[in-house]
Ligand binder design. Structure first.
Ligand SMILES: [Zn+2]
Length: 126
């Protein structure tokens, strides 16, 4: 048996009466957060890989009650609900620097070294 379990760090869940252990998004809202950085982080969150399952149900935004998705996304390190980008984009909910930094690294072409050889060397089966 192959043990291929990967560990992901859950982010982006928010307080509710049923889940009082999560932070409150309004506490994290920063109206002075630069629009450019905010857009980048929202785009990063929207560009994650969606997990092959749906969560228990549709989530409502804790701040405006809009339906806010039922999927979860990952970047291989973090795991977040589909609606997290909405909090960032629409309510300026500023995420921890570690996440902002990942978005910035992702957006910078200089940070990616692209291997052109592996794919060329692949052979068709049979
Ligand atoms: Zn909202």
């Amino acid at each position: 048996m192959v043990d291929a379990r990967s560990s992901l760090r859950l982010i982006g869940y928010w307080w509710s009466h049923d889940a009082p252990e999560w932070p409150r998004p309004q506490d994290w809202s920063d109206p002075y957060w630069s629009l450019e950085e905010r857009d980048l982080v929202a785009l990063y969150l929207e560009s994650g890989q969606h997990m092959p399952y749906a969560t228990a149900g549709l989530s409502l935004c804790r701040l405006c009650d809009k339906p806010n998705g039922s999927l979860e996304f990952t970047d291989g390190v973090f795991l977040w609900p589909q609606g997290l980008a909405h909090y960032v984009r629409e309510h300026s909910v500023r995420l921890p620097d570690e996440i902002i930094k990942r978005a910035q690294q992702w957006a910078e072409p200089m940070n990616w070294e692209v291997d052109l050889t592996w794919w060329r060397e692949q052979k068709a089966r049979g």
